[in-house]
Structures are given as structure tokens and as C-alpha cells.
Design a protein around this ligand. Structure first.
Ligand code: FES
Length: 191
């Protein structure tokens, strides 16, 4: 056997261990404490996990929820009732000018409001229970009608919650939340 062949054969185990980056010692209990295993795991977070974390960091759904409204002054309360998907009623005392999206979100009702109230989605769709109240709400603008056309379960008395502001005429209003909303936005269709 030539000297160079013998040298190459002698190096084979070392080369093999470099090619396989999983030395036994990495998993032996003597070489790593549980704490160092945790640290090692977190350092080695896979790109997918990091991607999920990054996406979560940039999601805006949390900030869209929990709209802020101030309580009405004593004696100036207007009442609105939401009927949720389960049929449960939620009645709130609110002040003039509050819109239905802000009221729903401030009270943790399930109303997404994906566009933040800029009339560019249909996730704040509500169904006004009584026609008399529906007639008291100012007519929808073209933007609202366009978005309503995309709403799931559109009815004759459907409106977008972000576009309906409480007025004295709407005191006692009852609206239902549809069983589903469709998150189609104006931008999905280009301009
Ligand atoms: S929140 Fe998007 S249209 Fe009302």
C-alpha cells in the first residue's frame, strides 16, 4: 500500500465525523445540562419559527380590536344592542357619535374591522333588526355599497358598522352580527 493511500485511509474517520455534524456528545447528559439544551434549542430556532414570530409581531389584528370609546355623560346615554352569532344580546350605553365598530370592539364583541374603519372591507357587517331604525340611518355612500356587495349574508337592512354613528334617533337600535364575515378588501380588486 502506498504511503499516500495509507494516509488517506487513516484520515477517513475524522473526515466522516466532520461530514456528520451530530457528535454523540451533543446529546449526552454529561455534556449538556437541561438549561444549556434549552439555550441551544432557542439559538437554533428554525427559520419557520422565526417567520411565524415575525409575522405575529407585525399583525395588526390586536390593535384593530379594542376600539376606544369614552363613556356617555349621565343623562346623555344612548342604547344599542348587539346580537352575537350565538344569539346572545349585549346592550350598551354609548354616546352620540360613537360608531358601531368602535362600540363592538371596545366591548370585545367579535367584529374584526380589518380596514380599521376606512370603508375598505366588509368585516364590520351588521344587520339592523328593525326597518324603522334602518330608515333613520343616513343613506350609505357608494364606497359602503360597494363593500356591502362583498359582504357575506347581505340583507335588505345590512350596513357597515364603522359607517353607522349613534344619534338620538338611533337610541334603542338593535343590530345582529352575521354568522360569518368575508375579508375581501377594495385592494383585492385593484382600482
Ligand atoms: S371596518 Fe372595514 S369597512 Fe368597516
Amino acid at each position: 500500500m502506498s504511503r499516500s493511500l495509507a494516509t488517506s485511509l487513516a484520515r477517513l474517520p475524522r473526515l466522516a465525523s466532520r461530514a456528520n455534524p451530530l457528535p454523540q456528545s451533543r446529546f449526552s447528559s454529561s455534556s449538556l445540562s437541561p438549561r444549556s439544551l434549552v439555550a441551544s434549542t432557542s439559538r437554533r430556532a428554525c427559520p419557520t419559527q422565526l417567520g411565524h414570530a415575525a409575522r405575529r409581531a407585525f399583525t395588526t389584528s390586536t390593535s384593530r380590536r379594542h376600539g376606544h370609546i369614552d363613556p356617555p355623560k349621565p343623562g346623555e346615554e344612548l342604547y344599542v344592542t348587539f346580537i352575537d352569532k350565538e344569539g346572545d344580546e349585549h346592550k350598551f350605553a354609548v354616546k352620540e357619535g360613537d360608531n358601531l365598530l368602535d362600540i363592538a370592539q371596545a366591548n370585545d364583541l367579535e367584529m374584526e374591522g380589518a380596514c380599521g374603519g376606512s370603508c375598505a372591507c366588509s368585516t364590520c357587517h351588521v344587520i339592523v333588526s328593525e326597518e324603522d331604525y334602518y330608515d333613520q340611518i343616513p343613506e350609505p355612500e357608494d364606497d359602503e355599497n360597494d363593500m356591502l356587495d362583498l359582504a357575506f349574508g347581505l340583507t335588505e337592512t345590512s350596513r357597515l358598522g364603522c359607517q353607522v354613528k349613534m344619534t338620538k334617533e338611533l337610541d334603542g337600535l338593535v343590530v345582529k352580527l352575521p354568522s360569518m364575515t368575508r375579508n375581501l378588501q377594495a385592494s383585492d380588486f385593484g382600482s
